[in-house]
Ligand binder design. Structure first.
Ligand SMILES: Nc1ncnc2c1ncn2[C@@H]1O[C@H](COP(=O)(O)OP(=O)(O)OP(=O)(O)O)[C@@H](O)[C@H]1O
Ligand SMILES: [Mg+2]
Length: 229
């Protein structure tokens, strides 16, 4: 579960990126996070991953209290959260397979587990036939799917995706969004940041809308108020 209680985040004195955000995302839930540029979406993501600490208020993620977490606990907390970055962050000189295996090795997984798990995850995202390619030999949508494979390989209970369809055409975007829904159906909590209003409106999911550091609407009807720039 992700829980924000009256979270304020200032990057500098007198300038609040978040002005008192309270929200709760239950285990297994799917939620979109939408809002104009500069409204605080990435700040919320960085608070969830522990990259930032709140100026005031509390953040709880999967049983960890992030405003009070000790440094040595952070790696354990991070294992519970998979992140899909907008810029993919793939390793260009490693194959598709090795890109995913690398994430497992980073947390000390055994080679045997890696040999079992990586093909399963690549199949799930539809990249099983491309495991020997390098990221530069993949299309944008395939690279995005590889980024998703990396986010989910360590079996996190939560996945956070920042603009996962950012650079994709409408058909590929729909495909990625459907894949995220499928992963959610397998039990993973999902928080998806997006500007793609048309996509959000296609899926009857919870939409949390933020503007100028405050939640302005939060509901299941897909309706939200925000002006895209
Ligand atoms: N490292 C930083 N130092 C100072 N101000 C920052 C920093 N990061 C973000 N901000 C400010 O905090 C506010 C929220 O930024 P944030 O990155 O969370 O917005 P966003 O909703 O993710 O926008 P975008 O859609 O453009 O990615 C903005 O006013 C931004 O200028
Ligand atoms: Mg952002």
């Amino acid at each position: 579960m992700i829980e924000f209680n009256n979270v304020v985040k200032s990057y500098s004195v007198g300038n609040k990126a978040l002005k008192g955000v309270s929200m709760q995302i239950e285990d297994g839930e799917f939620a979109f996070l939408v809002g104009p540029s500069g409204s605080g979406k990435s700040t919320i993501i960085k608070l969830i991953t522990g990259e930032l600490k709140p100026t005031s208020g509390t953040v709880h993620v999967n049983g960890y209290s992030l405003d009070r977490i000790r440094k040595r606990e952070i790696p354990y907390m991070r294992r519970t959260v998979g992140v899909v970055f907008q810029d993919f962050r793939l390793i260009e000189n490693k194959t598709v397979y090795e890109n995913v295996a690398f994430v497992m090795r980073a947390i000390g997984a055994r080679e045997r587990e890696i040999r079992d798990r990586v093909p399963y995850v690549l199949e799930l995202v539809g990249l099983d036939t491309k495991s020997r390619r390098h990221p530069g030999e993949l299309s944008g949508g395939e690279q995005q799917r590889l980024a998703i494979a990396r986010a989910l390989v360590n079996n996190p209970s939560t996945i956070i995706a920042d603009e996962p369809t950012g650079n994709l055409d409408p058909a590929r975007s729909l495909e990625i969004m459907s894949l995220l829904m499928e992963i959610n159906n397998l039990g993973t909590t999902m928080l998806v940041v997006t500007h793609a209003r048309d996509l959000v409106e296609r899926f009857p999911k919870r939409v949390i809308a933020i503007d100028e550091g405050l939640i302005i609407s939060d509901g299941m009807d897909g309706y939200y108020h925000y002006e895209d720039q």
